[in-house]
Design a binder for this molecule. Structure first.
Ligand SMILES: Cc1ncc(COP(=O)(O)O)c(C=O)c1O
Length: 376
């Protein structure tokens, strides 16, 4: 029987497929070092677990408001000057936030400008909304504002910005974000700012949000998540901060798709917001140390730009690709011959590269990078 053209035109998430392959290999008894992983290696904080358990004990197991618990929305709104609960919606991870958001802003063939390389789901989600992803190459992993402006057409609806970036770990400086804001104002476009990794920036940098530019707030859609910053990937809690008409549209859509996010998980999220910043600082410091170690090793093997956020390196591996070998072939070879999993750049729209995650334990990181070096 025929499936819809809509679903036929998209691919399954390459990173999710990779996770399944790693699980299969492990079940078959192979020792895999997973440097393809997209989540921090730390435990979910005890305060979060306890609060979630308590919510369960107290019977908070029923439907809740579609847009999320009032208390959680109010707490989240405090992060955004001048916002209140009408500017926030909670969804099942920022992945669902982004999906619903594209459904809400794209008409058929509307264009969304996406800097390349990009997180795997952006283009597929735009396509699922009937839109067209328009890829614009970055320069040394940083935004190329002239290229972005040249890509603007009468069909452009939005520019997507993801900083800290997956897969490159690049953090965009405020002066470039400001240029994007100016561009969006000039052409009357939405800016979608995916800030899923905002907790992890290094070298003394502060996480910069597009929200700092007051004049674009009526066309700004920010997505954030509890997944990476609080080690709560399985809780599936993300949120959108946006103008109230956008939030109302997302609420309408969500009311037909999922309803509310798991009620007791939202109580866990409330506890996360109550945590002391000092309890979270060690994760970022640990990742920064691992970034330094991994960058030191990998830059000896490949051309690699030093990232300043998230937990990935995205080296150019082309000097090790002989006789028509692709980065996907190299990733397969590494997995089969050394048991080290990395994600090929093809998944992020950038062949000739691989994504290496250093969000693993120290011994796995040391041994995984040693094995890559030996294999090469
Ligand atoms: C750039 C980016 N945005 C959004 C997400 C979605 O994360 P979650 O749905 O867990 O919030 C991810 C997950 O890897 C990501 O890398």
């Amino acid at each position: 029987m025929k499936l819809s053209n809509r679903v036929n035109q998209i691919e399954e998430s390459g990173t999710v497929q990779f996770t399944l392959l790693i699980q299969q290999l492990r079940r078959a008894g192979k020792d895999v070092i997973d440097l393809a992983v997209g989540e921090p290696p730390y435990d979910t904080p005890t305060a979060v677990i306890e609060s979630t358990k308590q919510a369960l004990d107290q019977g908070m197991t029923k439907y809740g408001p579609v847009a999320g618990l009032q208390e959680l929305k109010l707490r989240l709104a405090q992060q955004f000057e001048g916002c209140d609960e009408k500017n926030i919606i909670i969804a099942n991870g920022s992945k669902q936030c982004l999906y619903t958001m594209f459904q809400a802003i794209c008409d058929p063939l509307d264009e969304v400008i996406i800097p390349r390389p990009f997180w795997v789901s952006f283009p597929q989600q735009v396509k699922l909304a009937g839109g067209r992803p328009i890829f614009v190459d970055t320069r040394n992993h940083q935004l190329d504002i002239d290229n972005i402006e040249q890509a603007v057409s009468p069909k452009t609806r939005a520019i997507l910005v993801n900083s800290p970036n997956n897969p490159t770990g690049a953090v965009y400086p405020a002066h470039d974000l400001e240029k994007i804001a100016t561009l969006a104002l000039k052409h009357n476009l939405y800016i979608i700012s995916d800030e899923a990794y905002s907790s992890y920036v290094f070298d003394g940098l502060q996480p910069e949000s597009m929200f700092m530019f007051k004049e674009i707030r009526r066309q700004l859609i920010v997505t954030r998540s509890f997944s990476k910053g609080f080690n709560m990937t399985g809780f599936r809690i993300g949120y959108v901060a946006a103008p109230s008409d956008v939030i109302a549209a997302l609420n309408k859509l969500q009311s037909h798709v999922t309803g509310n996010v798991c009620t007791f998980a939202q109580h866990g999220a409330l506890a996360a917001l109550g945590m002391n910043k000092n309890d979270m600082a060690p994760w970022c410091l640990d990742l920064e140390r691992k970034r330094d170690y991994a960058y030191g090793k990998i830059s000896g093997l490949f051309n690699c730009i030093k990232p300043q956020g998230a937990f990935y390196l995205f080296p150019d591996v082309s000097r090790h690709l002989d006789n028509g070998m692709t980065a996907a072939d190299l990733a397969k070879k590494l997995l089969e011959e050394t048991g080290v999993a990395v994600v090929p750049g093809e998944e992020f729209g950038m062949p000739g590269h691989i994504r290496i995650s250093y969000a693993v334990s120290e011994d796995k990181l040391v041994s995984g990078l040693e094995k890559i070096a030996e294999a090469l």
